[in-house]
Design a protein around this ligand. Structure first.
Ligand code: G3P
Ligand code: MG
Length: 250
């Protein structure tokens, strides 16, 4: 697959500018835009009523004033929850966003997204379908501003079956046996790797395969410099402003 990914600046705002605003909310994506990020990352899962929403955890308690499982809550219920007050009082009233609304904002801002699909086990097909529906409504299949990824191999396989031309990044927390073949089979354009396991040798291998290399999650400038030096194309970070401006993180 032709690799037309461009990361400039080489920073992906992880769950938005999640150091300065509540993660995975519109406030965090707006903040990322204001800080000069061109790429954001967010997590997609399904509400019980089937809508694709932006949320990280399987449960509501850490980042909202709700309780219980996200997947057991309808969007009508989810949309009443406060997804910002846990972070800071000024963000009280921030809501769990729908994928389609965040995509609309990014399109208007001419920004790009790593769309990380986080399905429940057994819900992979439905989660991919709902995600594709929202993306396809706004972006062409070959649009280089949407890059899908997932820790769920069944989701990536299903995604590739449904979409021949979409961009896929393999997401690796460990060097799983056969990761290279998975990249080839899925026609990946990038590998997104836990920064702690990245080596020069693995970076070279990924580049030789013609893929972009992204590493997560890096909030420290000296570590960021090391990773850029071994060939990383972009870093997922909670502090996009600090990496963009080159300040040392406290
Ligand atoms: O997509 C990279 C990174 O977000 C993966 O880990 O748990 O933050 O979704 P997590
Ligand atoms: Mg993520």
């Amino acid at each position: 697959m032709n690799n037309s990914l461009i990361f400039n600046p080489p920073v992906i705002a992880h769950r938005g500018a999640s150091h300065l605003a509540p993660e995975n909310t519109m406030a965090a994506f707006i903040k990322a835009a204001q800080l000069g990020a061109k790429w954001v990352e967010f997590d997609v899962m399904l509400a019980a009523s089937g809508e694709a929403i932006i949320f990280h955890d399987e449960t509501l308690s850490r980042t909202t004033n709700g309780k219980g499982m996200v997947a057991e809550s309808t969007f009508t219920k989810l949309s009443t929850l406060d997804a910002g007050g846990w972070f800071a009082p000024q963000y009280s009233g921030e809501r769990i966003p729908l994928l389609k609304d965040v995509l609309q904002f990014l399109k208007e801002m001419n920004m790009a997204a790593v769309v990380e699909i986080k399905p429940l086990v057994g819900e992979e097909e439905q989660t991919v379908l709902r995600t594709l529906e929202a993306v396809d409504a706004l972006f062409k299949e070959r649009d280089s501003s949407i890059l899908f990824s997932s820790f769920s191999l069944p989701s990536l396989k299903y995604l590739r079956q449904r979409s021949h031309h979409c961009q896929i990044g393999l997401l690796l927390d460990e060097w799983e046996p056969g990761w290279e073949q998975k990249c080839l089979n899925l026609k990946c354009v990038s590998v997104h790797v836990n920064e702690a396991i990245l080596t020069q040798e693995k970076a070279n291998k990924i580049k030789e395969m013609g893929m972009k290399l992204c590493a997560y999650t890096v909030n420290d400038l000296s570590r960021a410099s090391e990773l850029y030096a071994i060939g990383v194309d972009a870093l997922f970070t909670d502090v996009p402003d600090q990496l963009i401006n080159g300040k040392i993180i406290e």
